[in-house]
Design a protein around this ligand. Structure first.
Ligand code: GDP
Length: 482
């Protein structure tokens, strides 16, 4: 028997950063199996791979026959003050509460919205925490909950730095984007200008101009266009064919959790596959317990919750972290021993982190990419570039792009002006990237976050030095070290 810590450390030795409850890529699994001399059985490879996107990656061969459509899970992101909260409020009040006796009594962090399309009622699930920080923090823990990102851009203000950040986060997570061009009721609002800016600065092209991104003019204040926005979301969902197997034990992700004085730990989870039932034994990080109650956003107690449903769970032994993946275990003894083991592994992992291992640095990423030499998929070096002026970004990008990339490619997740932010570091952590700063500052909060997460931020003042470092790292990849 090989324990989790051994697998994590084996992966680390291969240059792959993984946490205990991370979903591994096929190639990473192969590597580990080779290392421990375990035979890999590959089943219906391609089919599973294409299905993984639609099912949020919780899928195995036995699910293939039983997949059923499920509602999309949507997150709203965008620049501060562009109207994320207003849009969520409008949808919550007008589209959810209006349809329910008693309204919403429980803020559980997510709610179901009925959407009428061509006379039929479909459902869409909104995560109630706006902002890409939440999105990336979850992804950094290995959770992929969101199916569709709605990017809100105010029509009187246009594309701003956090708009671009949000788009980078969605693109890095390979989540389809729908744009809500908000505040169209205001003087000086220009939908056209927003479309132009999105095309030029973010390579998002509106459908009206032959592109493939739905951009819907809305007013979160007056409610104009919100139905059209919901329809556009459902259309993307339809094309994406999101699905899951409801007929198995549940698996999913925690989106919020708190400790309630009377009721103990409460966790809101999104079920991503299977069906969660009252009485199930849940294991969630190092918390576990028999599910005593499942509550929806009206406070109603449910017997069960299927794929894409968000419910509040009562009965856990502790408060799990947002982004933690939950699973169902056969009985309490089993769950308890797994939880204890995990608590132990997580502590040792934290120690290992403190001891300076498990960091994402140019070097460790180079080591990970070296595996590409063996024909695996890690031959990509993800970069986040923050610069003083737009001209530097262009100069650096073109110098880097001129480096030979036949074996290892460079991928820019973000290149923009401005100081290194906490959100850059979250994006780096979620996407395994290094942050390169050119003539910019790293404010103390970002510096602290970089230390805490082990994400390297490299600072430069001379373009040559930056390019030379990356070149060396890439060459290192191409000639794996002894
Ligand atoms: P967030 O920071 O993105 O969550 O933005 P908020 O939802 O807090 O909105 C910021 C400000 O813009 C608030 O004063 C809102 O009342 C206002 N606002 C939001 N949407 C609209 C809109 O469609 N029209 C107008 N006129 N104002 C809006």
């Amino acid at each position: 028997v090989v324990n989790e810590a051994e697998v994590v450390s084996a992966l680390f030795m291969k240059g792959i950063m993984a946490t205990v409850n991370e979903t591994l890529s096929r190639d990473a699994v192969k590597l580990v199996c080779e290392q421990f001399e375990v035979e890999v059985l590959e089943v219906e490879d391609e089919q599973i791979e294409t299905m993984a996107k639609k099912t949020n990656e919780f899928i195995s061969e036995s699910d293939l026959e039983k997949l059923k459509p499920r509602p999309p899970v949507v997150t709203i992101m965008g620049h501060v003050d562009h109207g994320k909260t207003s849009l969520l409020d409008y949808i919550r009040k007008e589209k959810v509460a209006a349809g329910e006796a008693g309204g919403i009594t429980q803020a559980i962090g997510a709610y179901r919205v009925p959407v009428e399309v061509e006379g039929e009622t479909h459902t869409c699930v909104f995560l109630d925490t706006p902002g890409h920080e939440a999105f990336s923090a979850m992804r950094a823990r290995g959770a992929k909950v969101t199916d569709i990102a709605v990017i809100v851009v105010a029509a009187d203000d246009g594309v701003r730095p956090q708009t671009l950040e949000a788009i980078s986060h969605a693109k890095a997570a390979e989540v389809p984007i729908v744009v809500a061009i908000n505040k169209v009721d205001k003087d000086g609002a220009s939908v056209e200008k927003v479309m132009q800016e999105l095309s030029a600065q973010a390579q998002l092209y509106p459908e009206e101009w032959g592109g493939d991104v739905a951009m819907v003019p809305v007013s979160a204040k007056k409610g104009t266009g919100v139905d059209e926005l919901l329809e556009a979301i459902m259309l993307v969902a339809e094309v994406s064919e999101f699905s899951a197997n409801p007929d198995r034990e549940a698996k999913g992700t925690v989106i919020e959790a708190t400790l309630d004085r009377k009721r103990g730990p409460l966790a809101t989870v999104v079920v991503q596959c299977g069906t969660l039932r009252r009485g199930d034994v849940m294991l969630c990080g190092d918390a576990f317990g028999k599910v005593r109650a499942l509550l929806d956003h009206t406070g109603k107690s449910l017997k069960e919750a299927g794929p894409s449903e968000a419910v509040q769970v009562m009965g856990l032994s502790g408060v799990p972290a947002a982004g933690e993946v939950f699973e169902i275990r056969p009985d309490l003894d089993d769950a308890r021993s797994k939880a204890e083991e995990r608590g132990y592994t997580q502590r040792t992992q934290r120690l290992a982190n403190l001891a300076g291992e498990g960091k994402i640095t140019l070097q460790s990423l180079a080591a990970a990419a070296a595996v590409a030499e063996e024909g695996l998929e890690f031959g990509r070096l993800n970069l986040i570039l923050k610069v003083d002026v737009a001209g530097s970004a262009e100069a650096i990008r073109s110098a880097l792009e001129a480096l030979p990339q036949d074996t290892i490619g460079l991928r820019f997740l973000l290149s923009m002006t401005g100081d290194v932010s906490i959100s850059d570091i979250d994006l780096a952590q979620a996407s395994e990237a290094v942050v390169l700063g050119f003539n910019v500052q790293v404010p103390p909060a970002a510096e602290a976050h970089s230390k805490e997460t082990g994400i390297e931020v490299k600072q430069y003042n001379v373009i040559y030095d930056l390019v030379d470092d990356i070149r060396k790292a890439m060459e290192g990849m191409m000639e794996p070290e002894e």
